[in-house]
Design a protein around this ligand. Structure first.
Ligand code: NAI
Ligand code: MG
Length: 334
């Protein structure tokens, strides 16, 4: 039995979390949840955004599944996601994007995995505003060590999963130092994994190529801000934020999460699509070595996605969150 921290989150978070835990229970996946919340609801109840009990749980279990969280805006709070990523050095943000039968997309044949550096760059929190001069400086800090870690992680993943190519997206023609650090880090990793092809592309060209011919990409690695933007772009290529998974991975902790937000417009209405969180939970199963269970649940999900009537509204169906989850349960081992 694996003990996992479960963070239901805000808005649609509890609904999609329940769908996932119901599916796991029905499939008898050997996972035991330790529920600890964070976010707006927790703040309203306890005055704390990230309770110490959640941090204690994370430090014990080292693996979490997390629903979307609302960070109260305009009250001086730092994003909970960024706080957790930096506190526990979850330096890899891993975002797969794959076209799937039953999920509408303009494309076919996309199967790529994006590695976004998750703790540095423009998200380092180094921003100063000089009121007298009216100047804001935002520092995009890239460390040689950080670049090495994320680039090596991308190559190691490619090698482990039988992938053929790693593409680095950068802007070394303008951001000469940061870009060069990333190129050198990839070249170093590429020496260690010579069977993986390495190429690099300038970020603007990368965007054009992703939209034009996305099936050419395999594993993509990039810095924090470029990765934030590219990962949503990639989600758009394969059906949108409601269906793509994500993980924040460090050397000794990993938090798996749906990449969409708390969707306040549909919260509490039973309309939310649990696919993104379920797929993130499947990445989590691979992470803890439960590959068979992950493949089994993925098959049930893929079968369900092919039957429009059983899917939620955003996928063109009429089913509620609970009905969709039940359909996945009914499709287990079929
Ligand atoms: P959002 O992703 O919550 O919603 C955007 C649109 O997509 C809405 O129309 C929503 O109904 C729809 N949508 C999102 N997930 C869906 C799902 N699973 N099924 C069906 N429809 C879905 O983005 P928005 O509105 O910009 O943000 C709302 C809140 O979420 C904000 O407080 C934001 O800070 C937070 N947020 C949290 C994230 C996290 O915890 N990882 C990530 C992004 C936003
Ligand atoms: Mg983002």
């Amino acid at each position: 039995m694996h003990l996992i921290t479960l963070i239901p989150g805000d808005g649609i978070g509890p609904e999609i979390t329940k769908a996932v835990t119901d599916i796991f229970a029905a499939a008898q996946v050997p996972v035991q949840w330790e529920e600890q919340n964070a976010g707006q609801t927790t703040f309203d109840q306890s005055g704390e955004l990230i309770p110490q009990t959640l941090l204690d749980s994370l430090e014990k279990t080292r693996v979490a599944l997390k629903g979307p969280i609302t960070t109260p805006v305009g009250k001086g709070f730092r994003s909970i996601n960024i706080t957790l990523r930096q506190k526990y050095d979850l330096y890899q943000n891993v975002r797969p994007a794959k076209t799937t039968e039953g999920i509408q997309s303009r494309y076919t044949g996309i199967d790529l995995v994006l590695f976004r550096e998750n703790t540095e760059g423009l998200y380092s929190g180094l921003e100063v505003f000089d009121e007298r001069l009216g100047i804001s400086d935002s520092i995009a800090r890239i460390t040689v060590e950080g670049a090495r870690k994320i680039c090596r992680a991308a190559f190691a993943y490619a090698s482990k999963h039988g992938r053929k190519k790693v593409t680095l997206a950068h802007k070394a023609n303008i951001l000469k130092m940061a870009g060069t650090i990333m190129i050198n880090a990839c070249k170093e990793a590429s020496n260690e994994f010579p069977h993986i092809v390495f190429e690099d592309k300038i970020i603007d060209n990368m965007c054009m190529q992703l939209v034009n011919k996305p099936e050419q990409f395999d594993v993509v690695v990039t810095t924090n801000l470029f990765g934030d933007i590219l990962s949503d772009l990639c989600a758009g290529l394969v059906g949108g934020l409601g269906v793509v998974s994500g993980a924040n991975i460090g050397d000794d902790m990993a938090i798996f999460e749906a990449v969409h937000g708390s969707a306040p417009d549909i919260a509490g209405q039973g309309k939310a699509n649990p696919t993104a969180l379920l797929r993130s939970a499947l990445m989590m199963l691979h992470h803890i070595g439960e590959h068979k269970q992950a493949d089994r649940l993925e098959k049930a999900l893929e079968l369900t996605l092919q039957d429009k009537d059983k899917c939620t509204g955003d996928l063109g169906g009429k089913a509620s969150t609970t009905e969709f989850a039940q359909a996945i349960i009914d499709n287990l081992d079929k």
